[in-house]
Design a protein around this ligand. Structure first.
Ligand code: ADP
Ligand code: MG
Length: 266
């Protein structure tokens, strides 16, 4: 685990404790008794089929929603308490579309620190330059989002999260829509960021290569329940059919098993 002092932005990392969280919308139970702990500085991946509750779980963790029962603590502060956001710095890496198209890359990164008056223009410039350099984006500072490739947009989205001085970085499907090479680049970035700025990383993904490649531990959630929390090595050796089917789906046209459409798509 890298030293906390390596983080020039914040100096500390935070842990997460999810305790018996249930979440229902109306009478639909989406999350069922979810408990997990993320250690400070850990890269923790949450995997699971589409519709299994991954994004809903993230929303409870970053405090965008309040669990129906149970609680989430970040560094011992309740995630659903608005005050917590002033005590722990967390940043969400949105999908590429979340960049402001009318602003240059530089101004996209400077937007949050300017709005929140996190220093004068000189110190904001330092902060933005530093985030750009960590992601090798120095030359893209004056570009507009429309001039960037999909992979570069993702990197800008990560740089913009870094400017917020996160102790906890939360990614929702960071490699969605990317080809395998760009996905590998994003995996490397997530892994090297932990070395460079000692941040706790929570990554929701259905990208098996990403999770197996970078995670210290992986939780698999299905139907809103945790099926396993294990290291990549343990997961590779897990022989439970429900896990092996998910990790290595075998497609047999003569014996279709995956054709059942999700409720969302019907
Ligand atoms: N605000 C909401 N109201 C009702 N149902 C929701 C809401 N948000 C998510 N759901 C349902 O919760 C389930 C899990 O969604 P989600 O967490 O987005 O899945 P995923 O694992 O693909 O990220 C889905 O069936 C979805 O329709
Ligand atoms: Mg999702």
């Amino acid at each position: 685990m890298p030293a906390d002092t390596a983080n020039p932005f914040t100096g500390t990392t935070v842990g997460i404790s999810v305790e018996n969280v249930n979440k229902s919308y109306g009478n639909v139970n989406v999350l069922r008794d979810i408990s997990l702990d993320v250690k400070p500085g850990e890269i923790f991946c949450i995997m699971g089929p589409s519709g299994s509750g991954k994004t809903v779980l993230l929303k409870q963790i970053v405090g965008l929603e309040k669990p129906t029962s149970g609680r989430v603590l970040i560094d011992n502060f309740d995630a659903s308490d608005p005050e917590t956001r002033t005590k722990v710095h967390l940043a969400f890496v949105f999908q590429a579309g979340a960049l402001f198209n009318s602003l240059s890359v530089y101004d996209n990164l400077a937007l949050y620190p300017r709005e929140h008056r996190l220093g004068d223009e000189n110190s904001i410039r330092e902060r933005v330059r530093h985030a750009l350099s960590i992601l090798s984006l120095e030359k893209a500072a004056d570009k507009m989002p429309s001039e960037l490739s999909g992979g570069m947009k993702k990197r800008v989205a990560i740089a913009r999260a870094l400017v917020m001085e996160p102790q906890l970085l939360v990614y929702d499907e960071p490699t969605a829509e990317l080809d395998p090479i760009l996905s590998a680049t994003i995996s490397e970035i997530i892994a090297t960021l932990r070395e460079q700025i000692a941040v706790t990383s929570l990554v929701v993904t259905h990208d098996r290569a990403l999770a197996l490649g970078i995670a210290d531990r992986i939780a698999i959630i299905m139907d809103g329940r945790i099926r396993t929390i294990s290291t990549a090595q343990e997961l590779k050796h897990n022989t439970e059919p429900i896990i092996t089917d998910f990790m290595n789906p075998v497609i047999d046209p003569k014996n279709p098993r995956f054709r059942k459409l999700e409720p969302n798509n019907e």
